[in-house]
Design a protein around this ligand. Structure first.
Ligand code: 26Q
Length: 832
């Protein structure tokens, strides 16, 4: 324990806690880290210094638990799940770790006694934004549930030096991207583990060698080597001793790189070449659909997979009781989409080339080890790599892919003799024009289970994307509807509502058992409870209004309906449908200033991939139209439109508790699941949405009368395309739609600049409107009118909102993880 000598001067600290209280001990710990670790005098410490010192104080507890957890897991040689993901959107870890360890109140008291503002300190933490969107955040929620439910688990990924770009808006409303140098000043949560550094080889060529028995024993030679250095981030379970690890690999140049360069050019050249090794983990690709053919992306995928598998194998064989025989019995690997699917080939290669297995024997172990989660049906998002690129970067892996493919096509021949069409479809190699490796087919073939992420998505996966594989491997495909962690998305993000729920249910056990929220249902009609519930919503809206004022300079009223659309910017998510509705309301108000509508604040948050011009054009249009509406005195402040810059996890935590209405308006069949829909509904926002992804299941849970569903369903979408969709028909037939589209296409909002929004405008008309925005416009507006009417009835709205919270228990990621553990991983919890 730190000595009294490090304590602050008496008199300086208000309300100093009794000397042996937890708060006093924690306070001394903070002070010790400030001095010993940060070399900082209290008087000159910045909020960031206080944040680091407090984080290190919490970390002391977390490290003790982590060591204990790993000791128990190792001693019992437990089966573990290894989650392979190119993305982890962890956000901030401070509040989460304080709540997980039960140190939140202690830390608050300690910091208060040091005269520090807790909120200011927590804001000093930069989000760990090592992901694009839903898939990356799902990985983070899963880590939380795995630890909370005491499952032995390890997340593997890449230690990107630059996470997802920081977003700003130029004066003309256009998105501009800035690098996210999150690690610049260091990260108190991480521990580097250089002793577990791995080597990874790329490039080179294959020497065809035969052993004494005439067996083909190819040698992969003339390779370039880079190093992977693991950085561990502890992931602490809530209210339990389990602390698992997120192990992220940073790439470094290896010695042999330097040597060659030294011999050729000398010192400076050698150092310059060293940089190449470090590029591999430099930056997260900011696309949430395939970026075609980028060599560096393929290198990232192989780099982290190769490091992770070697690490798993090293740990497995550390225990003398283990062998290859029980490898798949101890190791379960989940592939988060196809991004890490090359792992299937890498393990095959290790088994054959380094341990003398036959392909058939290796493939048994591989199939028993891996499982694959699909997150998208969009054909343009299915990963394919050109055979030429593969051959250059990973020549031995390409050979093995052909060997695996021969086996696969044999199985197809057995199932459908003589059917070449089936072989063409199932093949790992696509052969039209230039040859490409199909990573999804590889992942399906190499896994014992393939899952979709919502019931509808899994149906479509089986029916539309993989019908042949579903027939070839009966039972392999299954559904695991996504979930979200209630710790971050309710308990931490919405402390007011969390406290009310705990008071009402008489215990905080719901935080680890979200189904208990059903207990709120009986109070949904209770006027006093409604009042408390809606007072909390209003307080959260007051808080968000302050954020909006600070970020956008716009005044918004907490009495208006907060209508929220927060997610990546994509045509299929249809932020432009929302915009057309805003334009329609604005126009109606201009034509009839006395029109009685519920005042609304439209809140957007979204990043567009830097190369996705149409998405960026939609952002600009919302910004420009918004600025116009926000400053038009004629509409009496009835409409406000704000686009909060730099949408990220920590910002989501501020928006979600304040939302009244949740926009989930994707074209039916396009959103695999969605998880923002769950977060918003859990926090008492009502959903306006299509029958897409998990919206379908949210509707089943909350009941038809507590959700606003509109638009074409999957079958109607298919029928419309089959019949031939002509956006012009809808344009001609709907006077208001025509007016708002013409308006958007004019230079009304950008005087002197013609065609500012031509990309959006034209995509909807001459571009054929690929996401059926015009087809759904009228029914969307009608549905929004039903929302308007419902909001006027305060008691009715409150009841609907409460029932959303009360009935969302299914969407806890605890439920999702238990299903994976039972149906896919055969994994049992281990108490520490
Ligand atoms: C692939 C190759 C090259 C570069 C980038 C990518 C790439 C990166 C990220 C492709 C896709 C992604 C992310 C996809 C994603 O977030 N999908 C979402 O996953 C959620 C969790 O299952 C679902 O809820 C969403 O519906 C789905 O869109």
């Amino acid at each position: 324990m730190p000595s009294k000598a490090t304590a602050a001067k008496p008199g300086k600290s208000p309300g100093r806690p009794p000397a042996d209280s937890p708060a006093a001990i924690f306070r001394a710990l903070i002070q010790r880290h400030l001095v010993s670790t940060l070399a900082r005098h209290e008087g000159s410490a910045t909020p960031r210094d206080w944040w680091v010192a407090t984080a290190l104080a919490v970390r002391d507890t977390i490290h003790e638990r982590m060591i204990a957890t790993q000791a128990v897991h190792n001693a019992n040689n437990v089966r573990r799940i290894y989650y392979f993901s190119l993305e982890y959107l962890m956000g901030r870890l401070f509040g989460n770790n304080l709540l997980a360890t039960g140190l939140m109140d202690t830390a608050k008291a300690a910091l208060a006694s040091l005269g520090q503002d807790f909120e200011k300190i927590r804001e000093a933490e930069v989000d760990m934004g090592l992901g694009n969107g839903g898939l990356g955040r799902l990985a983070a929620c899963f880590l939380d549930s795995l630890a909370t439910l005491d499952y032995p688990a390890l997340g593997y990924g890449i230690y990107y030096e630059f996470g997802l770009f920081r977003q700003a808006f130029a004066a003309n409303g256009q998105q501009v991207e800035h690098p996210d140098n999150w690690i610049l000043f260091g990260d108190p949560w991480e521990v580097a583990r250089p002793e577990y550094t791995q080597e990874v080889r790329f490039y080179g060529r294959i020497e065809n060698v035969f052993d004494d028995h005439g067996n083909y024993r190819p040698r992969w030679v003339d390779t370039k080597t880079i190093l992977g250095v693991p950085h561990d981030i502890p992931t602490a379970g809530f209210g339990t001793g389990t602390v698992n690890l997120l192990r992220l690999w940073a790439s470094k140049s290896s010695e042999d790189f330097d040597l060659a360069a030294f011999n050729r050019g000398g010192y400076v050249e050698a150092v310059r070449e060293k940089a190449i090794g470090e590029t591999v983990s430099k930056v997260l690709y900011p696309n949430d659909k395939t970026e075609t053919g980028k060599e560096l992306r393929l290198m990232q995928q192989y780099f982290f997979v190769a490091c992770s598998l070697r690490d798993i194998i090293r740990r497995h064989f550390r225990n003398p009781a283990n062998s290859w025989k029980n490898f798949a019995g101890k190791v379960a690997v989940q592939l988060n989409d196809t991004h890490p699917a090359i792992a299937v080939v890498e393990l095959t290669r290790i088994l054959i080339d380094e341990h003398g297995f036959t392909l058939a024997a290796a493939w048994e172990i591989v199939g028993a080890t891996f499982a694959y989660t699909n997150h998208t049906l969009l054909p343009e998002a299915l990963e394919k790599w050109s055979v030429g690129l593969f051959e250059r970067v990973l020549p031995r892996h390409l050979q093995l892919i052909y060997d695996i493919n021969a086996q696969l096509l044999k199985a197809v021949e057995t199932k459908w003799p003589g059917d070449n069409e089936k072989k063409r479809i199932c093949s790992l190699i696509e052969e039209n024009g230039h040859k490409q490796v199909r990573m999804a087919n590889l992942a399906v073939a190499g896994s014992h289970a393939v899952n979709g992420v919502a019931a509808l998505h899994t149906d479509l996966l089986k029916k539309n994307l993989f019908p042949e594989f579903d027939a070839l491997y009966p039972g392999k495909f299954q559904n695991k509807t996504n979930g979200i962690t209630p710790r971050r998305w309710l308990h931490k993000a919405n402390p007011r509502l969390s406290a009310l729920i705990t008071k009402k249910l008489g215990s905080a056990a719901w935080v680890r058992g979200l189904d208990q929220l059903h207990g709120l249902e009986k109070s949904a009609g209770d006027a006093a409870f409604q009042k408390e519930f809606m007072a909390i919503k209003r307080a959260n809206k007051v808080d968000l209004a302050a954020v909006i004022k600070a970020e956008c300079g716009v005044d918004v009223s907490p009495d208006a309906l907060f209508d929220v659309q927060i997610k990546r910017l994509h045509e299929y998510k249809r932020q432009h449908l929302n915009l057309l509705h805003i334009l329609a309301l604005y126009r109606r108000l201009l034509q009839n200033p006395g029109l009685d509508i519920v005042p609304r604040v439209f809140v957007f948050g979204a990043k567009a991939a830097p190369g996705y011009d149409l998405a960026k054009n939609i952002i600009r249009a919302i910004n420009v139209v918004g600025a116009h509406i926000n400053t038009d005195p004629r509409i009496g402040g009835k409409l406000k439109v704000v686009f909060l810059p730099n949408y990220r996890v920590s910002l989501a935590e501020k928006i979600i508790p304040a939302a009244d209405l949740s926009e989930q308006i994707s074209t039916a069949g396009k959103e695999a699941s969605g998880t923002g829909n769950m977060k918003l509904s859990l926090n008492g926002a009502l959903t306006i949405g299509t029958l897409d992804g998990a919206n379908v299941e949210i509707k089943e849970e909350v009941g038809d009368e507590n959700i606003f569903i509109f638009g074409l369903n999957v079958d109607e979408v298919a029928a419309l395309w089959a019949k031939g969709y002509k956006p012009w028909d809808f344009y001609q037939a709907d006077e208001e739609l025509r007016a708002v589209l013409d308006w958007l296409g004019s230079d009304f909002f950008t005087p002197g600049e013609h065609g500012a929004f031509a990309l959006v405008h034209d995509s909807l008309l001459s571009g054929g409107d690929p996401y059926l925005v015009l087809a759904d416009f009228r029914r969307y507006c009608d549905c929004q009118a039903r929302v308007d009417a419902a909001y006027r009835d305060k008691a009715k709205w409150a009841k609907m909102a409460i029932l959303n919270t009360a009935r969302l228990g299914k969407f806890s990621s605890d439920r999702t993880i238990r299903e994976y553990a039972k149906d896919i991983w055969s994994l049992k919890p281990v108490k520490v």
